[in-house]
Design a protein around this ligand. Structure first.
Ligand code: G6P
Length: 418
């Protein structure tokens, strides 16, 4: 089968290639097509991918493309992992909101809105070009903000689209390590929106061990959330790391103002990674890649690809259309829950009723995501303002007005309507 990666010049590509090598018996990839707007990055990542495949006795060929049509033609799966504006735009997403004492983060809050405004129009164009040559390939979106982007693609009428995030797999592995068991024995009751999720139960061979995890290993569990152990115990659920941007917003902002933001670290990691990828002696995934947040995303991606390929009924945590899974949300919202694959698309599994403490925030952020999508698709200052006003981390009109101007001015080159 042919696997296409749009944004193949990303420093994450060796993560996927590493997965292809590890799982070469489960997934019959014969061609890896890398597409990127940067021919230079493409050349470096293609050469690195070829060395990794050869070192792992994988027979797949690697082709390179700067256009989407030739890359997607004949592909069975098209994975999209692009970053409009690169790390420079991310740095801005993480710093502009700090001017208003708001969180500086690339997917959450005002920074996430800026990213959505830049990314959604590009993703819609990518999907259109893919579909023009290939109406049936599965589209996997790993491009942030995953929830809003997936909703944009589904609302534009694209089927066989799934949004993927590594959050659940990372927790599954973390809990397995804490309990000293194989990760496959653990399934999660994972609910929410992308980057706004809670683990409500941790099932070890079908039995919920979360109470035991919190009682006996509270510190290790809480460390992965960025929140105090005592709070996580009181909640009785394990919130994603992104929830600490809500539950400890002011503390995080104070720290960002004094300690700098993540984009600066990532820029440094990326330049070192690119130097390693350009070194012909390097034939395996560098350890340095484990310092990126999506370091283990190939686990989730490859598992999913195997199911898409086989059409099996295995359950994956995915970003999919809500339908009736969370009855307090509109059916066309995109939620991050356990889902199964059908020939037409991924379908959310039924979800146990959600308690108000969680449901309130999910509903609030869903409304923001709907307004963010409207702003990204149709443009206009008024729509950007409404999305910011609706966001639970912003919400005040004077701040929303000021941020609207900052975001539009800072992203003008990426916003066709500005
Ligand atoms: C996690 C999230 C991704 C996000 C990444 C950030 O993996 O699921 O959506 O992009 O962290 O990692 P970074 O190394 O870019 O800060």
């Amino acid at each position: 089968m042919k696997l296409t990666i749009i944004g193949g010049g990303s420093t994450y590509t060796p993560e996927i290639v590493d997965g292809l090598v590890r799982l070469r018996r489960q997934l019959d990839i014969t061609e890896l097509a890398l597409q990127d707007v940067s021919a230079d990055r493409l050349a470096v990542l293609a050469a690195m991918s070829r060395r990794m495949l050869a070192a792992g006795d994988h027979l797949a060929t690697v082709s390179t493309h700067t256009d989407i049509a030739s890359a997607a033609d004949g592909a069975d799966i098209v994975l999209v992992q692009l970053r409009v504006g690169g790390q420079a735009a991310r740095l801005q997403d993480e710093t502009l909101p700090l001017q208003c004492d708001c969180l500086g983060q690339e997917t959450t809050g005002a920074g996430g809105l800026a990213k959505a405004l830049r990314t959604v129009p590009v993703m819609l164009q990518v999907a259109k070009e893919v579909r023009a040559v290939n109406p049936t390939a599965w589209l996997i979106d790993f491009t942030n903000p995953v929830g809003i982007v997936t909703r944009a693609l589904l609302e534009a009428g694209h089927e066989r689209v799934v949004g993927l995030c590594s959050a659940a797999v990372v927790f599954q592995q973390h809990f397995a390590k804490v309990l000293d068991v194989a990760p496959q024995r653990i399934t999660l009751d994972h609910v929410g929106l992308n980057h706004l999720t809670w683990e409500r139960r941790v099932l070890l061979d079908g039995t919920d061990v979360l109470p035991q995890l919190l009682a006996e290993h509270g510190d290790r569990v809480a460390r992965a959330t960025g929140l105090p152990t005592e709070l996580v115990r009181r909640l009785g659920t394990v919130p994603s790391y992104y929830l600490h941007y809500y539950y400890a917003h002011d503390e995080v902002v104070a720290e960002q103002k004094t300690h700098g933001v993540r984009a600066q670290e990532v820029m440094e990691i990326e330049s070192q990674l690119l130097a390693q990828y350009a070194d012909e002696q390097v034939t395996g995934k560098p350890d340095l890649l484990s310092r990126r947040g999506g370091a283990y995303y190939s686990q989730a991606a490859l598992d999913l690809m195997a199911s898409l390929r086989r059409g099996d009924s295995r359950v994956h945590v995915l970003n999919v259309r809500n339908s009736s899974a969370l009855p307090f949300l509109p059916p066309d919202a995109v939620v991050e829950v356990a889902a199964t694959i059908t020939p037409d698309g991924a379908v959310a599994q039924p979800v146990e009723p959600v308690e108000p403490l969680i449901a309130g925030l999910i509903a609030h952020v869903t409304a923001y995501e709907q307004l963010a999508l409207e702003a990204a698709v149709h443009g206009g200052r008024k729509r950007v303002f409404r999305a910011l006003l609706a966001h639970p981390l912003i919400g005040q009109h004077a701040i929303a007005d000021r941020l609207t101007d900052l975001l539009i001015a800072g992203n003008r080159e990426h916003l066709p309507w500005a």
